[in-house]
Design a protein around this ligand. Structure first.
Ligand code: CUA
Length: 330
């Protein structure tokens, strides 16, 4: 391609990215909108300063050849090298600090809480029950759903190494530490599905540690959470039934929980309603027929370094039955 075309293609790619579910330039939350405002002020300020500097450089090169007025030079150095940056940086600092408290503050008392733990390389998500109810917490993995226009308090930590919780379209990002809880308050302002990522390098599959955040109307959210709180449904057909037996006999239940069955492991993700999630393997494979089978067959190829062993040694028929079982856990 000629050079201008190449530049156009790069720009088009960048602009097209603005509308994607992971874009900070298309905010879907109050905090992300504030961060975007800060970004535009910083960008605007940087452009103005750059233009001034370039103008001064051109002035020095072309209009003042051989000028050696010591007094004037000193004025330029003190004005342009000390006073100007001190004023500009101070203004930007105050502007940024003024925004900081709302971005890291606690959500208002009584806001919904969601606990998220980072693990190599997936997310454990827990919805604790409301303070006055005797219901149990709802646990799932790699998927978060939120009611629109309501503040939510995230309580974050890690079970192994450092991770960082970031939903670019909603706000963030906040580091997750083992043994220390951090907080993040977000208020989604429109419905839709957005992508969350781990923003701290945490090992082999760091780039494959993602999650979906679906923002819904309150009534839809309540219905979803009620469904998630139920134990797993019984297998719907012969294949799924065989899969449910294999799930226990082949040891899957040592690491995974399927509520309402003998599988009570807690090392890996809770799979009680895995069939209802939008993706499997923490945002890596779309939840489509065949993908559970692919995950079981080539786990370590799909996600290098993953702790779950690949089950390629099982007969094809057994893997198919396990996949059928997982798929219908909705
Ligand atoms: Cu977890 Cu990077």
């Amino acid at each position: 391609f000629p050079r201008t075309n190449r530049i156009l293609i790069i720009c088009a790619g960048g602009i097209a990215g603005c509308d994607r579910p992971q874009s900070t330039l298309n905010p879907a939350g109050k905090e992300a909108a504030q961060i975007l405002e800060l970004f535009w002020w910083m960008t605007g300020g940087a452009v103005v300063i750059w233009l001034i500097m370039i103008a001064l450089a051109l002035y020095a090169i072309w209009l003042q050849p051989g000028a050696h007025d010591v007094k004037q030079t000193r004025r330029w150095i003190i004005g342009g090298g000390v006073v100007f940056p001190t004023v500009v940086l101070s203004v930007l600092l105050v502007f940024g600090l003024r925004m900081l408290p709302p971005l890291v503050a606690k959500a208002p008392e009584g806001s919904m809480q969601v606990e998220v733990k980072g693990l190599q390389w997936w997310w454990r998500v827990r919805y604790p029950p409301a303070a006055d109810s005797n219901e149990r917490a709802v646990e799932l993995a790699n998927e978060i759903r939120l009611p629109v226009n309501e503040p939510v308090q995230f309580l974050l930590d890690s079970e192994d190494v450092l991770h960082s919780f970031w939903i670019p379209a909603l706000g963030g990002k906040v580091d997750m530490f083992p043994g220390r809880r951090t907080r993040l308050a977000l208020t989604p302002t429109r419905t839709g599905t957005f992508r969350g990522v781990c923003a701290e390098y945490c090992g082999d599959a760091h780039a494959q540690m993602n999650f979906d955040v679906t923002v819904m109307e309150r009534a839809d959210f309540d219905a979803w959470l009620r469904e998630q709180s139920q134990p797993a449904t019984s297998p719907i057909d012969e294949a799924a039934n065989r899969g449910s037996e294999l799930f226990v006999s082949r040891g899957c239940g040592a690491c995974h929980t399927v509520r309402g069955t003998e599988a009570r492991g807690t090392v890996g993700p809770d799979l009680t309603h895995v069939g209802s999630r939008s993706s499997i393997g923490a945002g890596i494979l779309k939840n489509q027929p065949d993908m559970f089978h692919r995950w079981l067959e080539e786990t370590d190829a799909v996600k290098p370094g993953v702790l779950m062993p690949s089950f390629h040694m099982l007969p094809e028929e057994e893997r198919m039955a396990l996949a059928a079982y997982l798929e219908q856990l909705e």
